[in-house]
Design a protein around this ligand. Structure first.
Ligand SMILES: O=C(O)c1cc(=O)[nH]c(=O)n1[C@@H]1O[C@H](COP(=O)(O)O)[C@@H](O)[C@H]1O
Length: 281
């Protein structure tokens, strides 16, 4: 059997071909209402199918936020499964935003659920939390390597509350977030053109020059649009690592639905602004 192509390789290619934009599939109850849909499984399915139809053939990455599907129980998860499969079939990479993190033996089961190729929810990558200790993510790192999948590890999150944990200094003077970034750089060492183990770093955070973001892996950057950051902020936040940034926009695009053309136009505007910002001008 040939080894699966690593996520980092597939992501770099998708970013080069389609641009780096990641559109979120976040079916908030308020968005369902704005789209004229009921807050039920049928509304969820319609919303999700529309986003996949509008985006999966053109953006590099789609990121479904699992919570909005879990809200509807097993039928919501069935919609999530279908959305993941349809998005991947249409050519988008899928980052499952489930932010899992647990003791290592349980983490292995989370990894099986999202990163084993036979799992119904198999995704190209998964968001995970390192705040039970980076080493607790070991089983997910191992299975991702085997499956050609990736991880996005929460490092410097976009929300204002994150700093009290992430900027905290360890006994050796290094911050918690810098430690997470250093672990990721080690996972990605020697991988070309890009490693498969990414960090989540909010686009809202302003100057991060105190952190080494050159982890040779992708940097998922939420916070553009509804949380107030703009594509023009990316160079100042990410510095020399800006070429590895996967900027995420959820509500900033989704609020333009349900019209497929309007969704595509909104994503296209963000994509163009991102292209200009990353190109330096
Ligand atoms: O892991 C994430 O995707 C994430 C990390 C983070 O630090 N901040 C953050 O907003 N997110 C997610 O990114 C999306 C942002 O959505 P909008 O604010 O609507 O663009 C949501 O699905 C959040 O759960």
């Amino acid at each position: 059997m040939t080894a699966p192509e690593p996520f980092g390789v597939r992501l770099r290619r998708a970013m080069d071909e389609r641009g780096p934009l990641c559109v979120g599939i976040d079916p908030h109850a308020s968005l369902l209402a704005e789209w004229g849909l009921a807050d039920d499984v049928a509304g969820l399915e319609r919303f999700s199918r529309t986003v996949v139809e509008a985006m999966a053939d053109r953006v590099a990455v789609l990121k479904p936020q699992s919570a909005f599907f879990e809200r509807f129980g097993s039928r919501g998860l069935a919609v999530l499964e279908k959305s993941v499969q349809e998005a991947r079939a249409a050519g988008a990479l899928v980052v499952m935003d489930a932010k899992r993190g647990d003791i290592g033996s349980t983490m292995a089961a989370y990894a099986e659920a999202f990163l084993h190729p036979d799992a119904p929810l198999f995704s190209d990558a998964l968001t995970v939390s390192p705040y039970l200790g980076y080493g607790s993510l070991g089983p997910a790192v191992a299975l991702a390597r085997e499956s050609g999948a990736g991880l996005f590890v929460l490092a410097l999150t976009s929300n204002p509350e994150g700093g009290e944990v992430q900027h905290a200094l360890r006994a050796d003077g290094r911050s918690v977030a810098a430690t997470v970034l250093a672990h990721l750089a080690a996972e990605n060492a020697g991988q070309e053109p890009l490693g498969s183990f990414g960090a989540v770093v909010g686009a809202t955070l302003g100057d991060l020059s105190g952190y080494d973001l050159d982890i040779n892996g992708p940097l998922l950057a939420p916070g553009i649009g509804a949380q107030g950051a703009t594509p023009a902020d990316l160079p100042a936040v990410f510095g020399t690592a800006v070429g590895n940034v996967v900027p995420n926009v959820s509500r900033g695009v989704l609020r333009h639905g349900p019209d497929v053309g309007a969704l595509r136009a909104a994503a296209g505007r963000f994509a163009e602004e991102i292209r200009t910002a990353v190109a330096g001008g």
